[in-house]
Ligand binder design. Structure first.
Ligand code: FES
Ligand code: MG
Length: 588
């Protein structure tokens, strides 16, 4: 029965290559091999599947509480078809699934938990390569982080975006519609019934947000990093071509194992610079700043906040909401990310030689990719925004940096000086923003504290705090807002985010008083609190005396004790780095 099984699991096979990692479980004719195989056979797996075939883990974030990933069991079946066709053995396993829409206080709180789960599941199990089934915002960075800390051959398969939302005959975008209609409701332009009536039409098929929100952004990041097959980012979830891509990805991962094409060969510094430039070209989410840093940290690539300057001169070509007009379905039909990457490459804005999971370079993959619609994917001489890359801001208010997304901001507010209206917490904001007596107008700068990684906790997407009704009623739709929070990738506005250090860490943000003057100059990368150094120091000294972070126990306490600040990617300090996938000791 055990034709090809050898006794010595460290022996080389006939081709001179090392034996498969999984052979250290299944490849020995002894008590341990018996045990590893026997229990697996309760699933009806025939003996010959344990005899030298690559075992491919399918790391699945399926969950009905992550509605964006709820179709993943069908997707996993297509990946398995491909793996089997190529001679591999698929083994699907679940990891913590953090859905953006349901999980409180924010899915970001559990990104690192999902990454830990993924890392330990990969390393501890008999797998030679892994397919990451990801979709909703945090699932993509979490699984890439965990996989990067193991560095096996790794392939990303994304679930794909929802079809265009439809409401009263119009195309409507996930999230972006909610932000806009809620402001219209607060301004008295639509009724509550009209607002609520849009729910079902906005989300009318399986898939992730159909705007260029964080999920679509991270799908584009995965593709531009080279960790997925071309077109993975944009094919709609329910388009049959998504299933073909899943099948082809399953076939390819088996070859990647034979070629020993590990994640570290793909995730190079050049790949991250390509991703930063791609983020500018797609008008991508500010959340990518945090997630790319965290992934880079896991694989051991140097990447700093200042590296986002590589994206500053890059034009935003993709005219998708929230920055522009269209949605992901339109983006795929227009040519998808390969068409964007081709245009970037033709402008000299790509590291063309970056290796991708299909064994070809990024440029090989995209150099002949057509664009079918120059409105959706603009030409470089007719961009949506000419300098679309995320701005990094520094100054006495953000010594370790803050970010702003120009493509979602108002040009007239990119340079602004205004009086601070300060909210000590998100609850404070919610209580006072509806007060008609609140001393605020459109020239003010709204400041929100204690919404950072430790403050909220989890750094919720509350930075794009809604404007006061009395300002909205004047027809004003944007004001400068500053916080240590994040913002949904589907949101818009002149919103300064990720201020580091955060207020809870007694960054200078904590010391802003009502009525202080604040200066923003996005182009110059400056964020300044107009008080003297001595005054700032005195205020922070006073706060230090009153500072306590409550002990909560549980995961929350682990999180607060170990989470890094936004400029460092909000990973846990003890999780940074690649620990490899050496096979652990036997379990029995
Ligand atoms: Fe899941 Fe937007 S809420 S992708
Ligand atoms: Mg989001």
């Amino acid at each position: 029965e055990h034709r090809a099984v050898q006794d010595d699991s460290t022996e080389q096979d006939g081709s001179g290559q090392s034996k498969l990692r999984s052979a250290q479980w299944f490849g020995t004719r002894d008590k341990n091999g018996f045990m590893y195989r026997s229990w697996m056979k309760n699933q009806g797996i025939p003996s010959h599947h344990f005899e030298g075939r690559p075992v491919i883990g399918i790391c699945n974030t399926w969950s009905e509480l992550t509605p964006c990933n709820a179709h993943f069991r069908q997707l996993a079946e297509r990946v398995k078809d491909g793996i089997r066709e190529a001679g591999g053995v698929p083994v699907e396993f679940p990891v913590f699934s953090n859905g953006e829409s349901n999980l409180r206080p924010t899915a970001m709180l559990t990104r690192n938990l999902a990454a830990m789960d993924t890392e330990e599941a990969i390393r501890g199990n008999p797998i030679d390569g892994v397919v990451l089934l990801v979709g909703c915002d945090k699932t993509t960075p979490a699984l890439l982080m965990g996989a990067a800390s193991c560095d096996l051959p790794t392939m990303v398969v994304t679930g794909g975006p929802m079809l265009n939302g439809k409401h009263r005959g119009e195309d409507v975008g996930s999230g972006t519609l909610v932000w806009r209609m809620h402001e219209e409701y607060k301004a008295g332009k639509i009724t509550l019934e009209e607002f609520l009536d849009a729910e079902a039409g906005m989300s009318r098929s399986a898939g992730t947000c159909n705007t260029m929100g964080t999920a679509s952004t991270m799908a584009c990041m995965a593709e531009s990093l080279g960790t997925s097959l071309p077109h993975n980012a944009a094919i709609p979830a329910v388009d049959s071509r998504r299933y073909v891509l899943a099948h082809m990805s399953g076939m390819r991962i088996v070859d990647m194992v034979h070629e020993d094409l590990r994640l570290s060969k793909v995730l190079t510094r050049e790949a991250f610079i390509n991703a930063i430039r791609t983020n500018a070209a797609i008008g991508g989410s500010t959340n990518a700043v945090i997630h790319l840093k965290a992934i880079a940290g896991r694989i051991g690539v140097e990447l700093s906040l200042d590296d986002w300057s590589h994206g500053r001169d890059v034009p935003t070509l993709v005219d998708l909401q929230p920055s522009g007009r269209f949605l992901m379905e339109d983006f795929y039909y227009a040519g998808g990310l390969p068409a964007v990457l081709r245009r970037l490459g033709e402008q000299g804005l790509l590291h063309r030689g970056a290796l991708t999971v299909n064994g070809a370079t990024l440029w090989d993959n995209v150099q002949a990719s057509p664009c079918h619609n120059d409105e959706v994917i603009r030409t470089p001489d007719n961009p949506l925004v000419s300098n679309g890359g995320i701005c990094v801001l520094r100054g006495n208010l953000a010594p370790r940096g803050a970010v702003l997304k120009p493509s979602a901001a108002s040009p007239h507010l990119m340079k602004h000086r205004g009086r601070a209206v300060v909210f000590e917490s998100f609850d404070d904001y919610k209580q006072r923003i509806t007060d008609p007596e609140l001393d605020i107008d459109e020239t003010c700068v709204m400041v929100l504290k204690n919404c950072g990684p430790k403050g909220y906790p989890g750094m919720a997407e509350v930075g794009n705090m809604g404007l006061p009704a009395k300002v909205l009623k004047k027809g004003i739709t944007d004001m400068v807002r500053i916080s240590d929070a994040r913002m949904s990738g589907t949101a818009f506005g002149t919103v300064v985010l990720h201020v580091a250090p955060e207020a809870m860490e007694l960054g200078p943000l904590a010391a802003v008083h009502e009525g202080d003057m604040i200066e923003l100059d996005a182009e110059a990368g400056r964020l300044h609190l107009d008080i003297s150094e001595a005054e700032l120091a005195a205020r922070l000294e006073k706060l230090r005396g009153e500072h306590i972070i409550a002990r909560t126990g549980g995961y929350l306490e682990l999180y607060r004790d170990h989470v890094l600040q936004a400029d460092e990617g909000c990973d846990f300090d003890f999780l940074v780095g690649c620990r490899g996938a050496a096979v652990p000791a036997h379990s029995h």
